[in-house]
Ligand binder design. Structure first.
Ligand SMILES: [Ca+2]
Length: 310
């Protein structure tokens, strides 16, 4: 007999502990590009195509498609670090004519059990000259700084103050599990300070910066959307990280099969009054979605669940 157990719920009141652990069971989630006309790119690393076929700029140093672990199907992208490795692999979707000025990218990422130290580099959306001095005019980086996921952003005017999230890989519950990361970039109107960037972890908003000037008076568009693994200082040992279900889109993407559900920042606790009618759905990953209506404003939440057998 299978039961779905929600921790901490009692009668009318519930203490909601958000730890962003949407239950991703390896290999069980599926999604199709054909169902999403807003997607500009999709890769679940199941096609069997060479990375250099699907990506215009590739360095496969330690980077390969493997069957060791996966969010979807049986395959994912693995970065295998050797002891002391600094220069590691990358894959870039390059669009020489530029992606749309409002762009999203999403990827699932996992540090294997026992992963030690954290490489600063993870993902980027930027404009870069593709020849000559390869200057990057602006770049929005989803990086790791002192264990925290951060948005470290280079604007046309220079580097912006680093935007730190509260999503920490020092929290051991964020290791040895797939985390769904998403980035959003809206380029400013040339000459105006009306751009933005956001980042999500498991569909929880973890970074948001509004009214941003990314490209000054230039009209450059994002031409590179990238996953990368460079490790300043080098890996302290031989170990692995994984990527899967990489999407580029003109609209919010959200987790596989879950749609887009905005939740409170990771780790935040609050007392919330629930009603039975607030249950929205239980998706394939056995995550429970609820809605709370306050003053006519509906807020959606994602709760993690667990399967118990007896
Ligand atoms: Ca896969």
């Amino acid at each position: 007999m299978r039961l779905f157990k929600i921790g901490l719920i009692n009668s009318a009141f519930v203490l909601i502990l958000f730890n962003a652990c949407s239950s991703v069971t390896a290999g069980t989630l599926t999604e199709r590009w054909a169902d999403h006309p807003e997607w500009l790119w999709f890769d679940d690393f199941e096609s069997g195509a060479a990375l250099k076929t699907n990506y215009q700029d590739v360095d496969t140093t330690g980077f390969s498609v493997v069957t060791t672990d996966a969010v979807s199907g049986t395959q994912a992208l693995r970065q295998h670090y050797t002891n002391g490795m600094v220069d590691a692999g990358w894959i870039i979707r390059v669009n020489d004519s530029g992606f749309p000025p409002h762009l999203f990218m999403r990827f699932y990422h996992k540090f294997e059990s026992g992963f030690s130290g954290f490489p600063p580099k993870m993902a980027r959306m930027r404009y870069r000259q593709r020849s000559g001095d390869w200057t990057s005019t602006f770049a929005v980086h989803c990086w790791i700084d002192n264990n925290l996921v951060v948005a470290d952003v280079k604007a046309q005017s220079g580097w912006l103050p680093i935007a730190k999230s509260n999503f920490s890989f020092a929290n051991t519950s964020n290791i040895d599990r797939w985390v769904c990361f998403e980035m959003e970039v809206l380029l400013n109107t040339p000459g105006k300070q009306d751009g933005l960037y956001r980042m999500w972890a498991d569909d929880s908003l973890i970074v948001e910066r509004l009214n941003v000037d990314l490209r000054g008076s230039e009209s450059y568009l994002i031409n590179e959307v990238m996953l990368d693994c460079y490790w300043n200082g080098g890996s302290p040992k031989e170990q692995n990280r994984y990527f899967d279900n990489f999407v580029i889109s003109t609209q919010k993407i959200g987790p596989v099969g879950g749609g887009s559900v905005r939740t409170n920042p990771v780790g935040k606790m609050q007392n919330t009054k629930l009603k039975k009618t607030s249950l929205l759905k239980i998706d394939k990953s056995l995550s429970l979605y609820i809605a709370q209506n306050k003053g006519g404003v509906e807020t959606k939440y994602l709760l993690s669940g667990e399967i118990i057998r007896n």
